[in-house]
Structure formats: structure tokens, C-alpha cells
Design a protein around this ligand. Structure first.
Ligand code: SIN
Length: 476
């Protein structure tokens, strides 16, 4: 079992600190130990990033792209090792872990190029003797706080644009899955990034967050996680008016209308709902199916879901891995129990598979649910698909929008005009239309309402790390 270290100013360090155990959720076995860092180490990392910012921000975008491209290639060359680490530390089926490494690498490649397109502006002047320009500058030192469910991609979706823009970074990965992040930093070291440009601390979330918030050298926080924690970060960042990008919770509706292609809808529902064992922020969390195709959809959906194999994610044939921890397992179990106690019926699955080492839940379809059930009100974050019958598109839209969240939604209809009308009325930042897997490096990812602030990915993803500086030039 390996003892890992944290990475500050180009050095691996922290061996004297107490450690935090990382265990495999599939079997409870220890996978590694990471340093339990706190305020001192975080401030050291911030100092290193602050010093490195002076020179990193002065490189050309083409020079920065050179480092990012080396990192990108190293990620692909180490795909198998990264995927294995990911599966062992957080349970993701190995097939999906490999896919995540590619997805994660795509952010680095895309933003390496996008950094070259950070254009300023020349604005027509209202007087002869003035020239008006907008210059673009990197925001400064960035703290990136990343979640356990996509340990590689959520990190690169933040560090890719930050580094391309000329910012330097202090990373705090989730304590549940820090090992993938550490491996990625080893690859950054190999890629030759100058000292202090990327730094990583593991350990006490509250102490590290406090150090980040208290330190004036940190100008930007980028966070993916729960809405609850996001709200705390908003409050804490107010004192120094730190810039924030927040990708928070979701509760994605999927609307399947009578004129949908049912096979396409079933494929989309399986892809969206059961990706990462139902533990993504954009998973279809509640499915509204119009009455004309309700029975057919349920039957075909249940047939497809029965095919999904549950087990330790390291097994090549597994589709559904363990839940991340006991808390996640209990949430899933209680959502199904609550729905059944209020009149829903289990079409397939509904079985908690728990022994002393791992917590699994069988892929589940429940039907005849309604809005009184917790599963239709809260994000489940597990492999449970509740299906509610609706009479019209308008009824589905009303239910879909009746949530404080606004991250992702899905619509299935073959009628173009109807699809456009429905989507125009949905208050969600991402919509999959006849599509269950909308994510990509070049598109804006983020939510409306309580699902977040700002967008990651696409050109908006790099703007989040850039300040506009308006310059008025007198010519007299
Ligand atoms: C998430 O669950 O937060 C990310 C999902 C994605 O990038 O597709």
C-alpha cells in the first residue's frame, strides 16, 4: 500500500503529516494513504502559486499550450494506470474510467488551443484624440476544489482553462478520490510545468477551505460539489470578493413525449441515468413519460436495465459499481423505500446488496411515482430511475421546472417544433434532445438557479479565468 504525498512548488512533500486512508468502496480495502494537510501547507501552496504566476502569466499562450499538450499526451499514454487508480479509489466501472481519462484529456487539449484565442477588443471612440481598448488578463491564483465522482475530468475542466489563461492553480481533490489527482500531478511534473504553476493539497476540507478563503493571494475559486457547500463558499468569498465558478447539484428531469422514438428514449435514459452508477450531477433523476407510450417505455426500459451487471468495477464486464459510501447507499435505499410506501411499484431492481465490505444497489426502475415522493424532489445520486406518467407536454414542463435546481434536462420527441417549444420553457443550463450524453470539452457546462454560477467548458470556460481591463488611451 502506497503512501502518497502532496505537491507544492514542484516538490513532493507532507511525509511528516498524519494520513488519511483511501479505501475501495467495492470491498473496503485500503488503496492508499494521503497526507492530512491543513492551513500551513495550503498557504505554502498558495505562496508558490503566487510566485509562479509572475512568470507563467508572462509566457505566450503558445508557450503555455506547449506544456498543456505534453500533459495531454501523457494522460493518453497513462490511460490504463489512471483508469485503474480511479476505479480502485471510487468504484467507477473500469470501462467508464477509461472513457473518463479520454474525456479529461480532451479538456486539456481543447483549452491548450483556446488559450490562443483570448482576444482583446478595440472599441470605436466617441472623440478623435482617444483610443479605447479592452485587454485580457489572467485572474491570478486559482483554487480548484474538485469532487469524487469524476476525479480526473472535473480537475482538468478547471485546470485546463486556468493554466491556458495564464493562471496558476492550487488543487484540493475530494478526500474520497485524491489518488487520481495525485497521479495527474505526477504527469504535470513529467510534462515539465515550472515550479509552483500547479500545486495539490489533500487533507482537512474545512482547514484547507479556510486557508483558501482567508488568503488574499487567491483571486478565484472554482468548485464542483453540492449546492449546500456552494452556498457556504459564496458567503465565505464575500469578504474578499473572490471570483467564483460553481457547478452544483442537479435534479435532472427527462421528458418523453408520445411522438418520441421509444428505442432512442430508452437508450438515452440508460446512458444518462446509469452512467457512473447514477452518481453524476446530470443524471436523469426523474422521468416523465406521456400516457400514450408509458407502458411501452416502461417495458423496454426495464428490459434494458435488467441487462446491466452489478459488481466490483475492476471487472471488465461490470456496468454498475458500488455506491461511494454508506451515506450514499442509505440515501438510495431510503428514496426507494419512501416511494414504495407511498404507492410506487418496483418494475426491476429495488435490492440493496450490502455486506461488510461494499455497498451496492441493483439498477432499479420504479413506476407510478408522483411529486409527493422524495425521489422526485431530491437528487438520488444512485442507480434508481423513477418514472411518472403525464398527460401532456405542458404538465411535464410544469413538473420539470418545479425544483430549485437547473443543471440538466432531457427531452425526447421526434417533432421538431414541439421539441423547440418544450426546451424554450425549460429552466436548465444543459438540454439533451433525443440525447442522453450531452457533455463535451467544447460546450458550456453549468446550471441555472441553485445549480451554480458560471459555465465550464467551451469559450465560456476560459472566460471564467480572465479579467477584462479597459484602457482609454489619450492621443493629444
Ligand atoms: C458531473 O456530474 O458533475 C459531471 C458530469 C459530466 O461532466 O458529464
Amino acid at each position: 500500500m502506497r503512501k502518497y504525498q502532496i505537491y507544492i512548488n514542484g516538490e513532493w512533500t507532507g511525509e511528516e503529516l498524519q494520513t488519511l486512508a483511501v479505501t475501495n468502496p467495492a470491498n473496503g480495502q485500503l488503496v492508499g494513504e494521503v497526507p492530512y494537510a491543513g492551513e500551513v501547507e495550503t498557504n505554502d501552496a498558495i505562496d508558490a502559486a503566487h510566485t509562479a504566476f509572475q512568470s507563467w502569466s508572462q509566457l505566450t499562450a503558445f508557450e503555455r499550450a506547449g506544456y498543456l499538450k505534453k500533459f495531454y499526451q501523457l494522460m493518453l499514454d497513462n490511460q490504463e494506470e489512471l483508469a485503474e487508480i480511479m476505479t480502485l479509489e471510487m468504484g467507477k466501472p473500469i470501462k467508464e474510467s477509461r472513457g473518463e481519462v479520454q474525456y479529461a484529456a480532451s479538456f486539456i487539449e481543447w483549452f491548450a488551443e483556446e488559450g490562443k484565442r483570448v482576444y482583446g477588443e478595440t472599441i470605436p471612440s466617441h472623440v478623435h484624440a482617444k483610443r479605447l481598448q479592452v485587454w485580457k488578463k489572467p485572474v491570478g491564483v486559482v483554487a480548484a476544489i474538485t469532487p469524487w465522482n469524476f476525479p480526473a475530468a472535473m480537475l482538468t475542466r478547471k485546470m485546463g482553462p486556468a493554466l491556458a489563461a495564464g493562471c496558476t492553480v492550487v488543487i484540493k481533490p475530494s478526500s474520497e478520490s485524491p489518488l487520481t489527482a495525485i497521479k495527474l500531478l505526477e504527469l504535470c511534473e513529467k510534462a515539465g510545468f515550472p515550479r509552483g504553476v500547479v500545486n495539490l493539497v489533500t487533507g482537512s476540507s474545512s482547514k484547507i477551505a479556510k486557508a483558501i478563503m482567508d488568503n488574499e493571494k487567491v483571486r478565484k475559486i472554482t468548485f464542483t460539489g453540492s449546492t449546500e457547500v456552494g452556498k457556504i463558499l459564496i458567503r465565505q468569498s464575500a469578504d474578499q470578493v473572490k471570483k467564483l465558478s460553481l457547478e452544483l447539484g442537479g435534479h435532472a428531469p427527462m421528458i418523453v413525449l408520445n411522438d418520441a422514438n421509444v428505442d432512442v428514449a430508452v437508450k438515452g435514459a440508460v446512458a444518462s441515468k446509469f452512467r457512473n452508477t447514477g452518481q453524476t450531477c446530470i443524471c436523469a433523476n426523474r422521468i416523465y413519460v406521456q400516457s400514450g407510450i408509458y407502458d411501452e417505455f416502461i417495458e423496454k426500459f426495464a428490459t434494458a436495465v435488467k441487462e446491466l451487471k452489478v459488481g466490483d468495477g475492476i471487472d471488465e464486464t461490470v456496468d454498475i459499481g458500488p455506491l461511494i459510501n454508506q451515506e450514499g447507499f442509505e440515501k438510495v435505499t431510503s428514496h426507494v423505500e419512501d416511494a414504495v410506501s407511498k404507492g410506487a411499484s418496483v418494475v426491476t431492481g429495488g435490492k440493496a446488496i450490502r455486506d461488510e465490505s461494499g455497498a451496492f444497489y441493483s439498477p432499479t426502475v420504479i413506476k407510478d411515482v408522483n411529486e409527493s415522493m422524495v425521489v422526485m424532489q431530491e437528487e438520488t445520486f444512485g442507480p434508481v430511475a423513477p418514472v411518472q406518467k403525464v398527460e401532456s407536454a405542458q404538465e411535464a414542463i410544469k413538473f420539470a421546472n418545479s425544483t430549485p435546481y437547473g443543471l440538466a434536462a432531457y427531452v425526447f420527441t421526434e417533432n421538431v417544433a414541439k421539441g423547440m417549444q418544450v426546451i424554450e420553457q425549460l429552466d436548465f443550463g444543459i438540454v439533451g434532445w433525443n440525447e442522453g450524453a450531452p457533455s463535451a470539452a467544447q460546450v458550456p457546462f453549468g446550471g441555472m438557479k441553485e445549480s451554480g454560477v458560471g459555465r465550464e467548458g467551451g469559450h465560456e470556460g476560459i472566460e471564467a479565468f480572465i479579467e477584462s481591463q479597459y484602457v482609454a488611451i489619450g492621443m493629444e
